[in-house]
Design a binder for this molecule. Sequence first.
Ligand SMILES: NC(=O)CC[C@H](N)C(=O)O
Length: 227
Amino acid sequence: MTPTIGIVTFPGSLDDHDALRAVEVCGLNAKPIWHGSDDLDGVDAVILPGGFSYGDYLRCGAIARFSPVMGEIIRRAEQGMPVLGICNGFQVLCEAHLLPGALIRNDVRTFVCRDQLLRVESVDTVWTNDFTEGQEISIVLKNGEGNYQADAETIRRLEGENQIVFRYLQQNPNGSVNDIAGVTNQRGNVVGLMPHPEHNVEELVGPSLDGRGFFTSVTRFLERVSA
Ligand SMILES: NC(=O)CC[C@H](N)C(=O)O
C-alpha cells in the first residue's frame, strides 16, 4: 500500500503546500494535518514544514512546539515513526527536544536565500538511505535563523555517533558550528535540516531534483518495515 505522509500546518506555516505537492510528485499519499489536531491515524510519517510559525515570535519554533499535535508526534517519534523537520520544522524539532541543539540568528544578521551545496554525511537515517555517503546535492536554503549551535559535548557526541546528516559545502551561509546543515536523533528516524528539499523535486523550478532523495528514502524505509 502507498505510504501516507502527514504534513502539519501551524499558524504561519508557509511551505506546507509545497511539501504536500512534493510528497505527491514523489508518488506518496499526502495528508494535511492542522496543528490543533492530535489525530495521526493512517499517517506513516510526518513532515514539519518551513515557514514562520506564530510569526517567529519569541524564537522560531518556540511556540509551535506547544501545539496540540506535537504531543502525539513526540510519542510516535519515540516509537520510531519517521519525522522530517524542514527549516522552521527543524527549529520546532529542536525546541521540542526531539533533536539536540538550537538554531539562532544567522551570523550575517540577514535573511539568506540561495541554492546551497550540501554533502550527505550520513545515509543511516530513514530520510537519507537512498543517497550515497559523501554525495553532493544542491538544495534551496532560505532562512533568518539557521545558525546551528550546541554545547561542545553535544557536538562531540553528534560527530562521534554519525548524527550529522548534512554539511554545508563551499560556503557556510549562517555560522553553523562545524558547517552543520542537518542532524538526526540516535535512532535515525527524526531528521531536521535547514535547506528545503520540497522545493527541489520538479524540473520546472530546479535547479536540481536532489530533494527527491528524501522521499524515495522514506518510501524505501516504509516498504521495508511493512514487508
Ligand atoms: N524558510 C523557513 O522555514 C524560515 C524559518 C524561520 N522563519 C527563519 O527565518 O529562520
